[in-house]
Design a protein. Structure first.
Length: 318
């Protein structure tokens, strides 16, 4: 099965992962005009009415870019929808996405046929993120077009499976669009993802340390200074296991090496401030940050990934 048109013609096979709290129109636009799919969570727009303003900004800016850069048009953008039952904004945010005919919708924490049907109705595609093969089957059975395999080491909510095992098991039965997430911050990692069977890489944490990202300077500098040793895997903060920066946990007065477990029933992704609070001072991050050496514009990061991707291909083909 070939890739849908929304995922074709990219400068490099990369989708910028939607970063809760951090992604905003400025980052999405910079990613898209650099030639990769840019993405943000719908819930980052607060209050809910801001989502309409943000999607207008993104679509109008990208249309303007395409008029003035016909030789290198912008890549499509994606909006992440949290499908968990606690998200009381889902119907509103889906209606706004329908208004702008969002080309790619990324669904998380649940798969719903009605959501997939709605996206297909306006001509978009749905990519669903999963952490194991069982969830992958459920997502496709409910109408998702493609999968995002969230392997060990990914930032934020992440699984524990090796990317080699996870991609291999999915590829035994699924030949559609497959993205791989987990500790990728170099062009060589992008090529490696393709080598084991994925179509595209899904990169998030490296984009936190960019000029456009809506993260604090301390958060960005912690990523620049950090390595995989500075990442801890815990369910405490949202009820779902994820990877976080140890310095932010220490700053919150907790011991990152002795964190209690939480209860999945405590998950809350509603439209109020409670969902935001858990992420404000505890910084999600993946294990690939050792490759991030400085805060830079998103375009510079994409340039680096493109150079490294080409160099890795040349090296292997030599």
């Amino acid at each position: 099965m070939g890739l849908p048109k929304q995922l074709q013609g990219l400068r490099i096979p990369v989708v910028g992962a939607p970063l809760f709290i951090i992604s905003n129109p400025r980052l999405v636009i910079a990613q898209c005009t650099s030639g990769i799919v840019g993405a943000m969570p719908a819930l980052n727009a607060r209050p809910a009415e801001q989502l309409d303003e943000w999607l207008a900004e993104i679509t109008e800016t990208l249309s303007g870019w395409n008029r003035t850069h016909p030789d290198r048009p912008a890549a499509p953008f994606a909006i992440n929808q949290i499908v968990h039952k606690s998200n009381d904004r889902l119907d509103h945010d889906m209606a706004v996405c329908a208004k702008y005919k969002v080309p790619v919708v990324i669904t998380s924490l649940g798969a719903r046929t009605d959501v997939n049907d709605a996206v297909h109705g306006w001509g978009g595609i749905v990519l669903h993120d999963i952490i194991n093969n069982a969830f992958a089957h459920k997502a496709i059975d409910k109408g998702a077009d493609g999968l995002i395999a969230v392997a060990a080491g990914a930032g934020g909510h992440a699984g524990v499976k090796s990317p080699f095992a996870l991609v291999q098991e999915i590829r035994e039965w699924f030949d559609g669009p497959l993205l791989l997430s987990g500790a990728m911050a170099t062009g060589g990692s992008v090529l490696a993802a393709q080598a084991i069977g994925a179509d595209l890489a899904y990169i998030g944490s490296a984009f936190i340390a960019t000029d456009e990202a809506r993260a604090s300077d301390a958060y960005k500098q912690a990523i620049v200074a950090g390595t995989s040793d500075d990442i801890v895997y815990s369910s405490l903060f949202t009820g779902v296991h994820g990877n976080y920066l140890k310095p932010s946990i220490r700053n919150a007065g907790l011991d990152p090496d002795n964190l209690p477990e939480s209860d999945p029933t405590k998950m809350n992704f509603g439209g109020g401030e409670s969902a935001k609070k858990a992420w404000k001072d505890i910084w999600g991050c993946g294990q690939g940050i050792g490759a991030v050496k400085a805060v830079a514009p998103a375009a510079s990061l994409v340039d680096r990934l493109a150079r490294e991707y080409a160099a890795a291909r040349a090296r292997l083909c030599a």
